[in-house]
Design a protein. Structure first.
Length: 430
C-alpha cells in the first residue's frame, strides 16, 4: 500500500481489510449472495493488481516493471535534485562548488573525468534509464573535500546514498538499503588488514560495476534478482589502513574503476560558508553539468561505461605499497641482496615452488615466517602480479611447450646492492 509520502510499503492482511472497510466495502454478504463486497474487492485486487514481488528500479517512471517474466512493483523512493532550466558559465551561479572542484583535484584531467562520470550518471537517471558506470574512488589526505563531495554534492544530487561496508565485508546478507540507494558508499573507518577481506571487497565492488543484475534481499522478504545500476563511491584517506579498501587494480578490475587523487586545500573558507550550499547552488551546478559537453579526451564511446577509466599513479602506488605483493617484493629483494656477486650478475630462473624453497633456505627465520600462507598457487598469483608491474626485476617466461608445465619466472634485480642487509618483512596474506 502507498504510505502518506507516496512510497509503497508492506502491510498485513488485517490492515488491508481495515482499509477496505474504511473505503466502504462491507465484509458481510447481502441476503442471498455468496460473497461480501469486500470479498469481491479482494478478488479484483488479486486479478487486476497482482504482482510477483516488489523491488526498486531506480528512477524508473513506471509503477510496475517486468523483469525475467515477473511483474514487480517498483518500490524505488529516491528522486533527483532538480536542475535549473538555464545554465550559466562555470562557477557563475555556483561559486563555492566550482572553487572546491578547482582546488582539490591533482590535475585538470582528474576534475574533467569526475565531471564526465557525474554527468553520465545524472543524465541517465533523469532519462529514467540508468547507464552503467565505473566505481569512483576519491583518495587523498584530510581537508581535501572528498567526504564533502560525496555528502554535499553526489548524495543530494542523486537523491540518497547507503553504506556498503557491512555488505562488502559479509557482515549481513540483507542488502535492501543498498539497492534502494543510487550511491553505495564505502567508509574508510572500516579499513581491513586481511587479504581475504580485501579480496571480498574487491569482488563486491567489481560485481556492482560489472553487471546491472544483483540479488535483492529484504528482511522477511524473498530474495530476487533485480536491476541496480547505481555507483559505488569510495572516499579514502591515503594512509596504509584506509587504502586497503581499494580493490586490486588487476586486469579484470581496472576498467571498472576510476581512482582519482586529491590534495589539501589549506586556505579554504570556514565550514560555515558551505552550510546552505545545496539549497543555494546545487540546482545551478546541475544545469551547468547538463549543458556541458564531455571532452573527447575523457570520453570512451566504445566502452559500456562511456568514460575512460583513469587510475592515478599516486593511488596505484599507495595501493601497491599496502598490498601483499609489496611485502613479497621486499622479501625477494632481501634474498637477492644476500647473493654473491657472481650469482646476482645473471638472472635466476625457476618455478614458484623453486623460488619458495630458495627463499626458505636462504633467509633468516623472521623473514621465512612471512612466507606462511603462500603455499600452492597463491605464490604464483602474487608473482604474476609483480611481473605485470614495471621495474620490479621480475618477468614471466612464456611457455614454449604444449605440455602442462609450471610457469617459470625470471628474476634479475639490478638496483639492489649485494652488500645490503636482509630486512625483516611481513607478507599479509590473510
Amino acid at each position: 500500500m502507498r504510505n502518506p509520502n507516496g512510497n509503497w510499503s508492506v502491510e498485513s492482511v488485517a490492515m488491508v481489510t481495515a482499509e477496505l472497510k474504511v473505503r466502504g466495502f462491507s465484509d458481510k454478504a447481502p441476503k442471498g449472495a455468496s460473497c461480501s463486497p469486500m470479498d469481491r474487492a479482494k478478488v479484483t485486487i488479486r486479478k487486476d493488481r497482482k504482482v510477483d514481488g516488489a523491488a526498486p528500479r531506480l528512477y524508473c517512471k513506471n509503477e510496475t516493471y517486468t523483469d525475467s517474466g515477473e511483474v514487480l512493483l517498483n518500490t524505488a523512493r529516491v528522486k533527483l535534485f532538480p536542475s535549473e532550466e538555464t545554465a550559466g558559465d562555470w562557477g557563475e551561479f555556483f561559486p563555492r562548488y566550482a572553487a572546491i572542484l578547482d582546488n582539490v583535484f591533482d590535475s585538470d584531467l582528474y576534475k574533467t573525468t569526475f565531471l564526465a562520470w557525474f554527468k553520465r550518471f545524472y543524465e541517465s537517471a533523469e532519462a529514467g534509464e540508468l547507464a552503467l558506470g565505473q566505481s569512483m574512488a576519491l583518495v587523498g589526505p584530510v581537508q581535501c573535500f572528498k567526504s564533502f563531495i560525496i555528502e554535499k554534492l553526489l548524495t543530494p544530487a542523486m537523491g540518497g546514498s547507503a553504506d556498503l561496508s557491512d555488505m562488502a565485508s559479509g557482515e549481513t546478507s540483507f542488502n535492501s538499503e543498498i539497492y534502494h540507494a543510487p550511491i553505495a558508499v564505502i567508509d574508510d573507518s572500516k579499513g581491513t588488514s586481511s587479504e581475504a577481506m580485501r579480496s571480498r571487497y574487491s569482488a563486491v565492488i567489481k560485481k556492482l560495476a560489472a553487471t546491472g543484475k544483483h540479488k535483492f534481499h529484504e528482511k522477511y522478504g524473498q530474495a530476487k534478482m533485480v536491476e541496480w545500476k547505481g555507483r559505488v563511491v569510495l572516499g579514502l584517506n591515503n594512509d596504509p589502513r584506509s587504502i586497503k579498501l581499494l580493490p586490486d587494480f588487476d586486469q579484470s578490475n581496472e576498467d571498472k574503476m576510476i581512482a582519482l587523487h586529491l590534495h589539501q586545500w589549506l586556505d579554504h573558507p570556514e565550514p560555515s560558508v558551505y552550510s546552505k550550499i545545496v539549497d543555494e547552488e546545487l540546482s545551478h551546478f546541475l544545469a551547468w553539468l547538463k549543458a556541458w559537453v564531455i571532452p573527447a579526451e575523457v570520453a570512451d564511446p566504445m566502452s559500456r561505461y562511456g568514460i575512460k577509466s583513469v587510475i592515478s599513479e599516486k593511488v596505484r602506488e599507495a595501493a601497491f605499497q599496502s598490498s601483499p605483493e609489496s611485502g613479497l617484493l621486499e622479501l625477494i629483494q632481501a634474498w637477492w641482496a644476500k647473493l654473491p656477486s657472481s650469482e646476482s650478475r645473471k638472472p635466476w630462473v625457476g618455478t614458484a615452488l623453486e623460488l619458495r624453497e630458495v627463499l626458505t633456505t636462504s633467509l633468516e627465520t623472521s623473514s621465512r615466517d612471512a612466507l606462511r600462507g603462500l603455499e600452492g598457487n597463491k605464490l604464483g598469483y602474487k608473482l604474476k602480479d609483480l611481473c605485470a608491474r614495471p621495474d620490479t626485476g621480475l618477468s614471466l617466461i612464456p611457455k614454449t611447450s604444449k605440455k602442462k608445465d609450471c610457469n617459470k619466472y625470471k628474476i634479475f634485480i639490478t638496483d639492489v646492492e649485494s652488500s645490503a642487509k636482509p630486512s625483516s618483512v611481513h607478507v599479509n596474506v590473510g
